[in-house]
Design a binder for this molecule. Sequence first.
Ligand SMILES: [Zn+2]
Length: 267
Amino acid sequence: MLSLALAGFAGFMETAGNLVMGAYHYGYHYGYGYGGGYLSYLIFMLPALLLGLWAQAKVSTTFNKYNKINNSRGMTGAEAARMVLDQNGLSYVRIEHVNGKLTDHYDPRDNVIRLSSAVHDSTSIGAIGVACHEAGHAVQHAEEYTPIRIRSAIIPVCNFGSALGPILIVIGCLFAGNKFGLTLAFAGILLYSLVALFQLVTLPVEFDASARALKVLGNSAMFADQDYKGAKKVLSAAAMTYVAALVTTVLQILYYVMVIFGSRRND
Ligand SMILES: [Zn+2]
């Protein structure tokens, strides 16, 4: 979805930035400040790297498990999402098929929930968990849930920051010997911080959509206890990937700040 696209582009630019900063660092400041280039970057990012790997592994194992267990009602993902929508008076929101894997999303422009085949037609616990989560996003939009309004409002500036921030950091580091370079690099960091802001506002949006889904699935008159527990595990695992993304970005920003402060101190 949006956040993934944002992370993808930022990741690409970040690699370019590290190449330049690593080279710069090795060339002029090795042994000073936070010197060590790639090695120090890797060590610094290790907690985020491990958290990210752990979250990904958790998502894979949890989804693999609960995509094979049928829910007690034999309800498909599409039917479960329909139920959540109708219970919240959102009969006008449509549900469609979408190609691909893990492509499930709610599109507020068209008022449509698009579910992948693995979710749309599946009667697994994993499928109803994901489908109800997406329906939760539709309810958030209908209720004008505050964090989702904030997120929608800041998307343009965050996209701008994720695109321009790393470029300014790279150029700034090339001229880090003078004030112009430092100013440019700091401006780049500030812009790149918008990515962290976006990821931070994403957390309540994602947690709340899952909470709305689980509220419906926790209705014991409708679903068995194991449906609720399984869906909760699936949605919690998915939420951890958003936390890992935020931690990664925050550590990247801290690293950039340290490198630039380090270079200033040595100049
Ligand atoms: Zn979501």
